[in-house]
Design a protein around this ligand. Sequence first.
Ligand code: NDP
Ligand code: 2IT
Length: 450
Amino acid sequence: MNKYIDEVLEKLVQKNENEKEFIQAATEVLVSLKPVIEKNPNYQKTALLERLTEPERIITFRVPWVDDNGAVQVNRGYRVQFSGAIGPFKGGLRFHPSVNQSIMKFLGFEQVFKNALTTLPIGGAKGGSDFDPKGKSDNEIMRFCQSFMNELQRHISHNLDVPAGDIGVGAREVGYLFGQYRKIKNTFEAGVLTGKGLEYGGSLARKEATGFGLIYFVREMLKANNIDLKNKTAIISGSGNVAIYACQKAAEYGVKVVAMSDSNGSIYDQNGIDLNEIKRIKEVERLRIKEYQKKYPNSIYTENKEGEIPSIYRIKADIILPCATQNDINIDCAKILVQNGAIAIGEGANMPTSNEAIEYFINNNVLLAPAKAANAGGVATSALEMSQNSMRYSWSFEEVDNKLDCIMTNIFNTCYKTAKEYNLGINYAAAANIAAFKKVSAAMDAQGII
Ligand code: NDP
Ligand code: 2IT
């Protein structure tokens, strides 16, 4: 290892000892930067890695709201503005009971690198709350979003910080957040949020972008390794925004998606998942995936068990698309997937694979499309939404989708070239980190010690 990286990591662990997800994300990146750090002693002189791993600003705040029974509830809100070196802070909001500072910091840290890879001018941030949207009425969601924005509005604007969706935050929530921002600020500042509805400044293809972009990236990765997507089988963990549109695009390329899941369990359909039924269950009715069996009694539902790997990963397939949450795939899970003959992993979720599992896949010649590169299509299209808002104009679906395809192809090419340049073999995860680091560190260098 490298002495400077070791020292930075040691201090980082001491300073953030309760933040295991953040330490995991930072370790994965710093370890992979060894070949670049060794070439340039200036990084140590300017404490570049120390600055890169310390957020520019962390905001936490109280979010009080009144539920439908008239009871007062209090949640905690966050915004981690990690790096503004290459553009306004940019990144999603997550509403999920598991949200804490460690998860916000890991997501904000990774967003810095992901956003750099898009080549668009956006810095990295993340935010959210430990609020649980499950089982809440529309009115409760609205009141929560309004209270959340009452505080967040002080810290965002189209040139400062531009939030969007993530787990538990979709078009409905962005609508309520935007409405409250507009009311407080008394101005129509379209570019302050992305993922908006099409009627008030949203971009066509933003909803589809993360899932579509993931498949464009996987297509390029397989092509570079002489493998065709057509007639492959796939399993997709999750059944939310990313999972649904990854499934749609994969099917368009002739992939048979045989299983999807939610946090309770997985559904296996040997004839291929009926995505319209999944959309009805998840996007319209907001029900559990088990519901799928009512229409397809021959499909198999397997409940997840506490402490065991998610049931979906026991199903055999060529292509594995984790599109749910972090640390879905640990080393035990990776071993099962390799044993079952997986060819490729495409990370739609952020950090779905543990560091040990990433290494195991690469050592076993399983192609891995790393999250920071492979799921960048969502935020890239958010940046295209910001461009359209600035121009007060909107592009057609085809125009945005074509730009997205170009961006994803370009990100893969960057990973491929960087892997060649640094003799990394198929370690596209390290290549993505290095390529992103080069851009962010150059911008930081140019701007002095700040
Ligand atoms: P959604 O809220 O639309 O869907 C999340 C899905 O993941 C649901 O099926 C949910 O199941 C499942 N899930 C969430 N948390 C857990 C958990 N703790 N354990 C098991 N399953 C869980 O979110 P998205 O589709 O937007 O996000 C999915 C992933 O993609 C996240 O990692 C997110 O950070 C990442 N991502 C999202 C982007 C976007 O544009 N939306 C862009 C880039 C990455 P259940 O309903 O049971 O909770
Ligand atoms: O993780 C992510 O890249 C997102 N949730 C999308 C962020 C965005 O600003 O569109």
